[in-house]
Design a protein. Structure first.
Length: 108
């Protein structure tokens, strides 16, 4: 994510797809365990999200804008995972969202 040519925020949004990979299945399983009050699962998810957020804040510098970008990606991922569709590429509307991300970053 840090080394992505397009930058961390664009990379995060573009890769917020559910591809049915082992990591996708692990994230979904950990999320379900976390929902059942399994502390280790909750801590694992917090650590993952904190790592992504740290990288986004390094690029964006405004924590609120970084959080908005993270929530966009999370929403894309959730929507893809819950629809049952898998994909190796993001949907066409991702380019529109990336334009919004660029505007948010440019304003800050």
């Amino acid at each position: 994510m840090r080394d992505a040519p397009e930058g961390p925020a664009a990379y995060y949004i573009r890769t917020s797809v559910y591809a049915g990979t082992p990591i996708d299945r692990a994230i979904i399983a950990t999320t379900r365990l976390s929902q059942n009050a399994i502390p280790r699962a909750r801590l694992a998810l917090q650590r993952i999200h904190r790592g992504w957020m740290d990288v986004l804040v390094d690029e964006i510098s405004d924590p609120a804008v970084a959080r908005a970008v993270m929530l966009m990606g999370d929403g894309l991922y959730y929507n893809a995972a819950m629809s049952g569709e898998t994909s190796d590429t993001p949907s066409d509307d991702v380019d529109e969202l990336l334009e919004v991300v660029r505007r948010l970053i440019d304003e800050h």
